[in-house]
Write a protein that binds this ligand. Structure first.
Ligand code: ARG
Length: 259
């Protein structure tokens, strides 16, 4: 009897192993479908507090991250976040290596040729920040100076345009946090960046700054590969978050200290 029980258990055990193998096999054969069903792959450039950065334990955190988590949850996906250089994000979408991007990305017309954007979820501006002792508080003061920007951003484009008129040099870096190190170590005189992010650095590092009077950039949107059916779904969720007050709560939590 004991022997029979043991054999029966073994059979159940073997069947469950086979079943597990079977479903794993399926996973790989239709991995695309499985992935689309199970995981929402988001890319970001986690160098941009309060939108996306790392907490002290090395987890992603920020306004965009929390919105992405809500989106994934509402759509029934597991959120997987990949950190990359800002400059590579549009390419990752075009190659469909990721399903969406949230990176404080301004929904520009130029980018819209290559990716689709959700409706706007935040609007900021551009600022030029520097050390107080540098005495830089207008575009005219930039003459002969070095202005740092992050590669691939609208600020890179903006600085290139302004540099001729105001006679400054543009230094381009991959990572937005490097701009702050460069400023602190006097390798650049000015950092040109998103206003919300700049405000945070002015508070935490004692920089001073002024608004770029020449631009009015479009608001930030979630970006998708062209033709993605996530656009409408995410627009619906953003709409809902705005209507039920969650968006205001998130802005309060993440952005209110940066205004
Ligand atoms: N809003 C600017 C842009 O779209 C800068 C975004 C930079 N984002 C980042 N995660 N570093 O070009």
């Amino acid at each position: 009897m004991k022997n029979f029980m043991f054999q029966a258990l073994m059979i159940v055990f073997m069947i469950s192993i086979l079943a597990a193998c079977g479903s794993e096999g399926e996973d790989t054969s239709s991995s695309q479908e499985q992935e689309e069903k199970g995981t929402l792959k988001m890319a970001t450039s986690a160098d941009f507090p309060p939108f996306e950065s790392y907490d002290t334990e090395g987890n992603f955190e920020g306004f965009d991250i929390e919105i992405a988590q809500i989106i994934a949850e509402e759509l029934g996906y597991e959120l997987e976040i990949e950190d990359m250089n800002f400059d590579g994000l549009v390419g990752a979408l075009q190659a469909e290596r990721v399903d969406m991007v949230m990176a404080g990305m301004s929904a520009t017309e130029d980018r819209s040729k290559n990716v689709d954007f959700s409706t706007e979820y935040h609007r900021s501006g551009e600022m030029l920040i520097s050390k107080a002792e540098a005495g830089i508080d207008s575009l005219e003061d930039l003459e002969g100076k070095i202005v740092g920007v992050q590669l691939g951003t609208i600020q890179e484009e903006g600085a290139d345009l302004l540099s001729e008129e105001y006679g400054f040099e543009v230094k381009k870096v991959d990572d937005a946090s490097i701009l702050i190190q460069e400023l602190n170590s006097n390798r650049i005189d000015v950092g040109y960046m998103d206003k919300t992010v700049a405000t945070g650095y002015m508070d935490s590092q004692g920089f001073v700054g002024f608004d770029d009077p020449t631009t009015s950039s479009p608001g930030m949107g979630v970006a998708f590969p062209k033709g993605s059916d996530l656009v409408e779904k995410v627009n619906g969720i953003l709409e809902e978050l705005k209507a039920n007050g969650t968006m205001d709560e998130l802005k309060d939590k993440w952005l209110s200290d940066y205004e």
